[in-house]
Design a protein around this ligand. Structure first.
Ligand code: NAP
Length: 278
């Protein structure tokens, strides 16, 4: 299939007049882990370039990833591709230790600078923090919205109670709660967050969609994948993206895995297959 045909066929989720690719690209470990690791820059840039060439247009990053270096490398790869800014959907996140009013503004400004862009499509609170003053945080986030520095707001790792608090404070409907969700981790189904998101037009962005899966012992998944000439990871991701209001952001440095993951967003599992996986 030609590249432009692949991009045109990419499944998107339509919400609040936005079309967001259901399969995004995660950047945890791009450029390092807790600190920058310049020795891995070439490998990280190669992974980002191949993702962009394959047609990924939705990227997830955070100020904490490689202490900002993931944002720098993502910005570099995007500039090198010469893509128009509006073709991309870029998410970044403010860290829990930066949730005070002035710190949020400072963090956002530095994320924008490292990425080399003048707005973020989506800005998330990365993790809740004990004792945080969400009113103060949202005063800053709402100012960023008004100034056009961020287009949409969301949260990450928020339980139902915190999600409702954030929703009440946000000047715009929250776009997402980014949480761990996979065949192996259904915490946010069990705690009621997924159902609440689906009922309230909030995306649930599933992170770590394949990482913690013990694929070797998942015989149902393996057999299903084999029967359809897919990989177990593709079936696992299709299971996610087929659910209303669920999108996902797998990370891979392997171009073949990247392509497979992108295609997973186009797959349709049958009702019987979904029941078997449930
Ligand atoms: N908000 C939060 O608190 C939070 C927390 C964790 C993650 N995240 C975000 O979510 C993104 C994804 O989560 P993650 O990186 O934890 O986990 P993940 O994407 O589920 O797993 C990444 C691992 O799975 C492998 N993989 C990916 N696709 C594969 C495929 N098709 N076949 C075989 N192996 C495959 C990758 O190896 P290869 O490179 O070899 O393909 C890599 O080792 C992160 O990068 C980050 O952006 C957010």
């Amino acid at each position: 299939m030609r590249l432009d045909a692949i991009i045109a066929s990419m499944q998107t989720e339509t919400i609040h007049n936005l079309q967001i690719p259901k399969i995004g690209f995660g950047t945890w470990t791009v450029g390092g882990r807790e600190t920058p690791d310049p020795a891995t820059d070439a490998q990280s840039l190669a992974a980002l370039r191949s993702a962009l060439e394959l047609g990924y247009r939705h990227f997830d990053t955070a100020e904490v990833y490689a202490a900002g270096h993931a944002e720098e490398l993502l910005g570099q790869a995007v500039r090198e591709m010469g893509l128009a800014r509006e073709k991309l959907f870029i998410t970044s996140k403010v860290s829990p230790e930066h949730l005070r009013y002035a710190d949020v503004l400072y963090s956002c400004e530095h994320s924008l600078r490292r990425l080399g862009v003048d707005y973020l499509d989506l800005y998330l609170i990365h993790w809740p923090m004990q004792g945080m003053q969400l009113e103060d945080t949202f005063r800053a986030l709402n100012l960023l919205l008004r100034e056009g520095r961020v287009r949409h707001l969301g949260v990450s790792n928020f339980n139902l109670e915190l999600l409702k608090q954030a929703q009440a404070l946000s000047a715009m409907p929250l776009l997402t709660n980014q949480v761990p969700y996979s065949l192996a981790d259904r915490t946010y189904v069990e705690n009621g967050v997924l159902a609440y998101c689906q009922q309230n037009d909030i995306l649930l962005t599933a992170y770590s969609p394949v990482k913690r899966m013990d694929i070797a012992s998942h015989t149902v998944l393996q057999e299903m994948a084999r029967a359809r000439a897919l990989t177990p990871q593709q079936v696992a991701m299709a299971w996610l993206t087929q659910q209303p209001r669920v999108i996902t952001i797998p990370k891979s440095t392997n171009p073949q895995h990247q392509a497979e993951n992108l295609r997973a967003g186009d797959l349709r599992l049958s009702v019987a297959e979904i029941e078997q996986l449930a």
